[in-house]
Design a protein around this ligand. Structure first.
Ligand code: NAD
Length: 452
């Protein structure tokens, strides 16, 4: 079933099944599919031509989703490992132009937009080079590797008037949109805490990705991969498992905390924390990596809530990821394809403690209390207010995120996750690395996007 038909089918399916699915106090809803206008037909000569820079796991995955958006055509790919360029031609046809040097792609006039799926240490340069060459950019998260990357990317986007979307696709999720709406409507009262975690207990979860048997200086453009990273001789693990070294990646903070920040900022409308503390350690994966495999961060938000984050590659349990928003009137949890709200309204009476008082005193307290609160509180817990909202099957954050990007490419209207949003999420995430390395509290100005 192609994408358009599938979306049509989902609209029908959600209309037929929306509403109360579970009886009693607990209610489950299927989140409504967007009810906007049907996709406009795209003229054959009106294709958006895209190219991929950094054709590894995520870049190829992104491109597979991007080409499902009507009117998008994949025409070129750049990568430093020949095997991935071969696979791009296997996936998208022999007429896809492939090269090790992304400048050859940027020089082509027929390419409108690029997807950047390189390791983090190339995000800034590739984005800036692409925007200066007149291309719109979809750049994977985390937007920055160094703090100085943020202002440079934002400035270039403004100067060149290019669209840039950052790839934390959760902000385009129907589930996160519902969570945002629920929070704003007061579903859990006043927000005071957010707790989010990402636990993995597997080798692949800890980034030990497969090194292909043909990896060599013949098949890998090692100097180009290194870019501005320290010059060392060819190392296939560094090339294919780059997240394990901070020369190329940003540890669990840049890889995973950043998604949790993007989600939290989107749902709460916050721009970022003002104070950060983090601790952790390299507990298990002592395989030469120089970043921790356990990281716990705490962040103070000026809106009056605290955020606590945990990533654990040694958790001894199953893989799990989630966010819990705690408010004065209940909790809201995002997990998988659903958001649930558990309301427990505050009791209106303060109650009393009298057991340890002399009998006469206790009786006096009860008497005075009942004069003030004449209607006895009903016995038992307050009514349960549990509701669950589930995304329709097949709803895809990445597809929604690319749809938003390509609409912006066509209309020049702003994207949902621009460079400022991307810097605020990644800048907040990387505070954890600073705090962990310094063993100290770090302060951040989320409005100015500066370390204080
Ligand atoms: N949004 C998400 O959910 C998500 C998921 C996974 C990864 N990512 C992000 O995607 C990016 C890529 O991650 P990955 O897992 O695909 O890594 P990967 O190692 O599989 O792929 C990266 C590719 O970039 C290529 N590359 C390196 N330097 C290059 C250059 N100068 N020019 C062209 N190509 C170059 C490498 O050869 C490699 O093939 C990372 O920034 C990561 O954080 C995002």
């Amino acid at each position: 079933m192609d994408r358009l038909n599938r979306r049509g089918f989902l609209k029908t399916a959600s209309a037929a099944t929306a509403g109360t699915l579970v009886g009693g106090g607990a209610r489950m809803h299927l989140l409504a599919q967007e009810q906007g206008e049907p996709a406009k037909p795209v003229a054959a000569n009106d294709h958006i031509q895209i190219a991929l820079i950094g054709a590894g796991g995520q870049g190829q995955g992104d491109t597979k989703v991007a080409v499902q958006v009507p009117g998008v055509k994949m025409v070129a790919a750049a990568d430093c490992y020949d095997g991935r360029l071969t696979h791009c031609r296997e996936l998208w046809g022999d007429d896809v132009f492939t090269t090790r040097d992304y400048n050859e792609i940027l020089a082509r006039k027929d390419i409108d937009a690029v997807i950047i799926g390189t390791p983090d240490h190339w995000h800034k340069q590739a984005s800036i080079d692409a925007m200066k060459a007149g291309k719109d950019v979809y750049c994977e998260k985390p937007m920055i590797h160094l703090y100085s990357d943020g202002p440079e990317i934002i400035r270039t986007a403004r100067q060149t008037n290019r669209i840039i979307q950052i790839g934390s696709q959760r902000v385009s999720s129907i589930v996160y949109a519902k969570a945002k709406e629920l929070l704003a409507s007061g579903a859990i009262g006043q927000l005071n805490m957010v707790m989010a975690w990402w636990d993995r207990n597997s080798s692949l979860g800890a980034w030990n990705y497969t090194v292909p048997p043909d990896a060599s200086t013949e098949t890998c453009d090692w100097p180009r991969f290194l870019g501005t990273a320290p010059k060392i001789s060819f190392n296939a693990e560094h090339f294919f498992q780059w997240r394990k070294w901070k020369a190329y990646g940003s540890g669990v903070a840049g890889d995973l905390f950043v998604h949790l920040f993007s989600g939290t900022h989107f749902v709460t409308n916050a721009n970022g924390p003002v104070r950060a503390m983090a601790t952790g350690g390299l507990r298990f994966w002592r395989d030469g990596r120089d970043v921790p495999d356990v990281l716990i961060g705490m962040f103070d938000y000026p809106q009056g809530f605290n955020l606590s984050l945990r990533v654990n590659f040694v958790d001894g349990g199953s893989e799990s990821e989630g966010l819990i928003f705690t408010g004065s009137e209940g909790t809201m949890e995002i997990g998988g394809d659903a958001v649930s709200v558990n309301r427990s309204p505050r009791e209106t009476e303060p109650g009393f403690t009298i057991n340890s008082f002399a009998k006469a005193t206790a009786e006096q307290v009860v008497k005075e209390y009942r004069e003030k609160y004449p209607i006895p509180h009903p016995t038992g817990p307050p009514p349960l207010g549990y509701e669950k909202y589930v995304a329709p099957p097949g709803d895809d954050d990445s597809y929604n995120h690319f749809t938003n990007f390509f609409e912006a490419v066509r209309t020049r209207r702003p994207v949902i996750e621009d460079a400022v949003f991307g810097f605020r999420a990644a800048g907040a995430a990387l505070l954890s690395n600073l705090s962990y390395e310094r063993g100290a509290v770090v302060r951040w100005d989320p409005e100015e996007m500066k370390i204080v």
